[in-house]
Design a protein. Structure first.
Length: 430
């Protein structure tokens, strides 16, 4: 399959010139278009809050969490969902009030639970049985009451890559509905006065195109709400259906709009609640990728052009799986173009590799106009799960991240220094 998606590349650089950014900040570089990101967040809120709908859009920080991005999400009126101490601290440093943070995680450490209690976060999403007592004990010791949601596994295998399904029957997340785990968790939570059970949560996975999967999730969540109400008297105020909305990829598959997502969810709620003894819960969603992916562009320098023994033309760029592991993990595809020559006619197909000691094939079969060593490549839609998943493989340093807006740019995450990486080693005698 051939990838050529130059139209979009370069558009989302906050009015800055890509080669100037590459020269000024170095490569690899992740540029986030601030105006685009804010507009996207506003669009999600408008879709979910339209006509008095009672909903709450939470930014799933795992997609890209840097203090400046957390600040933007908060300024745009979103809650921020975090799933580690590091993400919580980052959100707080970005000025997000703790009461606008939601804490997730399938195995939260004691320190993470204690920090959630200490800071007074909005909700802790409890994922498994022993967490109920652990959290309640910490809350009791701190003389606090913690607001919680219970994460359920609705056993819906959303049609997406197996590795990014998170609510299939074999998923590790949440309380199973296949036996009594979930209802037992409701009882155990209600039994602890230090916990306030506000609602239930699920997250189906990522890159979900079929909105029907969310309607199915609503059905399961409301059915469980009815069972829990019958058996324990509890009324869930919140139903959180997670994130996972797909973004368009270089394969040309269209992405569902935020408006279509909101409409599908509210229609499913209306349908399911008709004739139900339950009142309407507040709907939470937690998009990550669909908010931030298309705000990001990665710039690389082409360091090598060569012909492979199989006759293919290859390029090697100055980054790779350490700044974007998604092609290696899930075969993710991206739109790629040569900076400054976006509208030149392609002369052939090129496979673009990173410079790691692995196959590190980043972008296969990209049509490009006779690329030259020393030119810059722009890769579109790289805002989500790239920098957030960056590593030091081969002792590379993590790239810098800049925020671009109205023709100027500022660094929001410095390029990692090699000293910082080397400093982690305990010095050996020479
Ligand atoms: C609990 C939870 N909520 C939301 C998300 C965000 O998903 P996405 O970025 O695909 O929208 C994730 C992603 O892993 C998640 O685990």
């Amino acid at each position: 399959m051939t990838t050529h998606n130059s139209e979009r590349v370069g558009e989302r650089l906050g009015g800055c010139d890509a080669s100037t950014l590459a020269a000024e900040f170095g490569t690899p570089l992740l540029a986030i278009d601030e105006v685009w990101l804010r507009a996207r967040m506003q669009r999600f809120r408008a879709a979910f809050e339209r006509e008095g709908r009672d909903a709450c859009v939470t930014y799933a920080g795992k997609a890209l969490l840097i203090a400046a991005i957390a600040r933007i999400a908060n300024e745009e009126g979103l809650y921020v969902d975090v799933c580690s101490l590091g993400e919580l601290e980052t959100a707080l440093r970005g000025g997000v009030p703790a009461e606008r943070c939601i804490v997730h995680g399938c195995y939260k450490t004691r320190d993470e639970l204690a920090a959630a209690v200490h800071h007074g976060v909005r909700h802790v999403v409890i994922d498994h049985e022993s967490e109920i007592a652990a959290l309640a004990d910490l809350a009791r010791d701190a003389s606090r009451r913690v607001d919680v949601l219970l994460r359920l596994n609705p056993s819906i295998a959303a049609r997406t890559h197996e590795l990014i399904q998170t609510a299939a029957p074999a998923s590790k997340f949440g309380f199973s509905l296949a036996d009594t785990q979930a209802i037992d968790a409701v009882r155990a939570t209600l039994a602890r006065k230090e916990l306030r059970l506000s609602g239930i949560h699920c997250h189906l996975g990522s890159q979900i195109h079929e909105l029907q999967a969310y309607a199915d999730a609503i059905d399961v969540m409301i059915s469980f709400s009815e069972i829990a109400h019958r058996q324990t008297g509890v009324r869930f105020e919140i139903v959180d259906v997670g994130g996972g909305l797909a973004v368009g990829d270089a394969d040309g598959r269209a992405e569902p709009s935020p408006e279509a997502w909101a409409d599908a969810l509210f229609a499913a709620l209306d349908r399911r609640l008709a004739g139900s003894p339950l009142g309407r819960p507040r709907l939470y969603v937690e998009p990550g990728r669909s908010l931030v992916a298309a705000a990001g562009t990665t710039l690389y320098r082409i360091g090598v052009r060569k012909r492979l023994p199989d006759g293919r033309d290859a390029l090697i760029v100055d980054g790779g799986m350490s700044d974007n592991p998604r092609p290696a993990l899930y075969g993710a595809r991206y739109g790629v173009s040569i900076v400054g020559r976006e509208s030149d006619a392609p002369t052939g197909s090129f496979t673009i590799f990173g410079r790691h000691c692995e196959t590190d094939r980043l972008f296969p079969d990209v049509e490009l106009p006779d690329p030259r060593e020393g030119e810059f490549l722009a890769v579109a839609d790289t805002g989500a799960y790239t920098y957030a998943m960056a590593s030091n493989y081969n002792r590379f340093v993590r790239p810098a991240v800049i925020l671009a807006s109205s023709g100027s740019a500022r660094v929001i995450a410095r390029r990692e220094s090699l000293d910082r990486v080397l400093d982690l080693d305990v010095a050996e005698d020479a």
